[in-house]
Design a protein around this ligand. Structure first.
Ligand code: GLP
Length: 233
């Protein structure tokens, strides 16, 4: 899964050297990021025209906090590849005004022409970024009150006890406008939600199911996450 996903990012960048590349936080893509960074270094992949865009962030946290989305990307992509700050567009979860921070990200992203490639994960409740079930489809970036499932899961990212109640996320409108989208899922715990996202009609109840509205959408799974997906699909 990680090898294939890393290949997708590399080939997109080779064909689109000035692309905006949106990357998710979370554990699922870490293997992809390690492989991507290693291969990008080995092949001297030209990243000078690329802008990396953070998909989401916990309100109250930023790159200074272990376990934040930004810190994950710092560790596995930005530091290893020496990505300059002016090539990174990321929510600052510690911004004084969260709504204004979302507007800033939308404006800067639109100045760059929007998203080109998006690498996404899926939450146990089907969320994409922090677009929780029943998300409005017209939003570009917004502050979200986190679902109970997401709050419970959040503790896996933090060594200390950190209570998170809100997130900032790119919205479904912005995500769906990407030129290419790849959704990753691994492990048995994602098998049921992946089956629902794949088998049910696109609906805001399962935000990941909406991704199939994009014409260039692909899901890459490991065998455990794909155990309930019919092989003919
Ligand atoms: C988290 C993040 C998402 C991530 C998803 C899955 O809450 N907000 O960006 O894609 O949930 O995370 P994981 O890959 O750790 O299962």
């Amino acid at each position: 899964m990680s090898e294939l996903a890393a290949e997708r990012i590399i080939s997109y960048i080779k064909q689109n050297p000035t692309a905006t590349i949106c990357l998710a936080g979370g554990y699922t893509p870490i293997g992809t990021y390690q492989i991507f960074s290693q291969k990008a270094k080995e092949s001297k992949l030209d990243l000078t025209g690329i802008t990396f865009v953070g998909l989401d962030e916990w309100v109250g946290l930023n790159g200074a906090d272990k376990g934040s989305c930004r810190e994950t990307l710092d560790e596995y992509i930005f530091r290893p590849l020496h990505v300059r700050e002016d090539h990174i567009l990321f929510f600052d979860g510690k911004a004084a005004n969260s709504d204004k921070e979302c507007s800033r990200v939308v404006e800067e992203l639109e100045q760059k022409g929007g998203l080109d490639f998006a690498l996404l994960g899926i939450g146990l409740n089907g969320h994409v970024g922090f677009n929780e079930p029943h998300v409005p489809m017209e939003q570009k970036a917004h502050v979200v009150t986190l679902d109970d499932v997401t709050r419970d899961v959040s503790s896996k990212y933090f060594k200390e006890v950190i209570k998170v109640s809100q997130g900032m996320t790119l919205g479904m409108k912005t995500i769906l406008s990407s030129d290419q989208i790849v959704l990753l899922a691994s492990g048995a715990e994602k098998a049921e939600i992946i089956a629902q996202a794949v088998n049910e009609k696109p609906s805001p109840e399962i935000p990941a199911s909406l991704l199939s509205l994009n014409k260039n959408f692909e899901i890459i799974l490991d065998s455990e996450a794909g155990r309930y997906v019919e092989s003919s699909r």
